[in-house]
Structure formats: structure tokens, C-alpha cells
Design a protein around this ligand. Sequence first.
Ligand code: GTP
Ligand code: MG
Length: 385
Amino acid sequence: MTDDAESERTFLDKYEEEAAKIGRFNLAIFGKTGTGKSTLINAVFGEEVAPTGIGEPVTRTNHLYLHRAGFFGLIDTRGLEIGTGTDQIIAELGAYLIEMRTKPLAEQVHVAWYCVRASDRRFEDTEAEFIRRLHSLDLPVVVVLTQVPSRDGVFHEDAHALADHIASLDLPIFSGRPLLVMAKGDNFTQQAEHGLKDLLDATFRVAPEGVTNALNAAQKIDLTRKWKAAQVAIGIATTGAGLIGATPIPVADAMLIVPAQLALMARISAIYGIPKETAGMSAVVATSVATAAGRGAVTGLLKLIPGAGSIIGGAISAATAASLTAAMGYAWATVCGQLSQGKFAGADGVIDRKAMKKLFEGEILSWVKKLGKTKDVTAVEAPVG
Ligand SMILES: Nc1nc2c(ncn2[C@@H]2O[C@H](COP(=O)(O)OP(=O)(O)OP(=O)(O)O)[C@@H](O)[C@H]2O)c(=O)[nH]1
Ligand SMILES: [Mg+2]
């Protein structure tokens, strides 16, 4: 095996190890047909899991389906309506939850969203009853008022009235009242998207502690949250055993820190929820750039780190090695942020590695310069956007 192939393998092994640790966030979604459940899921978790496909039936009676996509699992119902089908849905769901209780956390159902379309202007007793029964199955429930029109940031008064009505029912739901959301803007009616971030925050609040990393990996709308998780990983990689230790390392051995950098990048890929195939395609870029940067540390890159230029006795300090590693981590987080938004993906799903490489290299340079001025590589504000 060539060195590069070996490095790519290291990257992928580490990615899989991290992905397995992160696990999966499983959301159950309910609501009458046409309320906008699929639109909502697409908006928060991306298109991959859009339940256009059938999914796999998870109960023998075939009304409950599980769709899996990487760090996200979606449970929804087919062929039964809330109201007439409530008993059946709750019975199937209850049986499923009991069965899953003996399995790892990543197999369990963590949160339920119940959707009500704002323009329906009503909320039926059977819906309230359904929600109470979800709660009695120990599922945290977030109620979402969907397709809520707004103008200049003010919501339609009918939506407020419906939300007040639902709140008055004292349901066992997050914050006691529905969240008002427009999942997708509409140019024609001049409707702006709103409320998705609040819905995500609410979901983080009610989700079990052990699945918040999976939820963070699965979601597509809060890049700052992902970035902060990556920053924690960068902190660990630059202070802990990831680096060669506190003693100066010979410049010629700057390559020795490359495996630790690749492990960090693999970890960041998983933190960002980059799917396995994409991580595989990006391994080539990660490896070639990190290796080149390792060599560059000998020739040019170090000159960009103020203070690091004073290479005493042919060795770089641990602090310089940390700066370099952190720069690599932050640069890769930026790449992953764009990947998570579907950038670099051609129509055929193949990643544009050239564009990715260009961004990564540019980011490394600017982070090397930026971090050179700071003592604490984890005391960096998340970039906006
Ligand atoms: N502009 C806009 N359209 C929406 C929104 N939510 C839903 N729609 C539209 O409403 C229709 C129904 O939305 P879906 O997301 O398919 O609803 P659903 O609850 O998944 O429906 P079923 O799968 O049939 O139960 C679609 O035409 C959507 O485009 C939204 O937030 N904004
Ligand atoms: Mg749907």
C-alpha cells in the first residue's frame, strides 16, 4: 500500500469509529396528511431521508415505517389516520418502543413531533388525545404549527389564536404550547421561512443527553452548533495525547503529526454528519492536503505562524504544532460545513474534489495566520453564517 492509501484508510477507520460512537437520532413524526411533515423533515434534516421511498416496516402490522439516513432515523405512519386509527398507531408504536428498549440507545425512538397545519384553524379532540397517549409512552412531544404565514416578522393572528387554544389544553408538550413554523419560503405569496431553529433547539432540549451528538450530526440548519462541537474536538486533539507531547519536535518530523491531524479531520467529518460515501470521497483530499501541509511545515507554512519562525535548533515547539493542527481542524470544519449544505456535490452525487481542495488549502492558510496570534486555539469565536 502507498502511504497515501494507508492514510486514507486511517482516515476512514477513524471516521467509522467516530460515527459509531455518535450513533443515530430517531424522530417520530405525526400529524394529519398534508400538514407539511415531509417538508419540515427536509428543511431540518435534508433531502436524504425525504420519505418518498417506502422505508422499512417496523411492525408486523405494517403501519409504522423507519427511514434511515446516516445519523438520522425517521419513524412515520402509513395508511392510518389520527382519530380513527389512534388505537392502532399507539398500540403498534408502544410495541415497537418496548421492543427497542432492550436495544442500544441509537435504536430507540427519542422525540416525537406532532404537526398541525395553521391554516386548518382547528385542533381536534382526537389530536389532543393522541398527544396524551404519545406522552404516556414516555416520548417527549413537540407540537409544531406548520405553514404559519407571517408579514414583517409578525405571525398571522389566526395562528396565534390556534396556538393559544392548544396551549389552553394543558397538554404534556414541550413548553406547553406549539412552536410556530414556516419550513419553506414561498416567493409567490412572499412567505419567509421561520421557526426552524427554535424547533431544533426545542428538540435538543427534550432529546436524551446521549443522542445530542447524533442530533447535531443529523441536523443541517445550525452550523454554529456543529462548529462548536468541532472546536471541542480540536481542543482535545491539540492539548491531549494527539500531539507528540510538550517537547519540541524536529522540523523534519513535522510529518509525524499528520496522522493525528487526519484522525481529527475524520472526527470532524462525523461531527458534521457527513455521510459515509462522502467521507470516503473526501478522504483523498484530506490526506493529500494534510500530507502536503506536513511537508510545507518544513518549507513555508511555519513562516506564517508569528513566533514559529524562530525555529530553534531545527525543532518546532509543541505550541506551533498545536496551532498547525488546530488550523487544519478549523479549515476542515469549514469544508464539512459546506459539504453538509450539499456544496461540492455534482448532479451524479460525486464530490468535486478540486473545489474542495481549493477551499481547504485557502482555509488552512487563513487559519494558520489567524491562530498564530492567539495563545488558546480553542478561544476562537465561531465564524458567522
Ligand atoms: N411554501 C411552503 N409549502 C409547504 C410548507 N409545508 C408544506 N408545504 C406544502 O404543502 C404540501 C404538503 O406538504 P407535505 O410536506 O407533503 O405534507 P405531509 O404532511 O408530508 O403530507 P403526507 O405525507 O401526505 O401526510 C406540499 O405541497 C408542500 O409543498 C411550508 O412550510 N412552506
Ligand atoms: Mg409526507
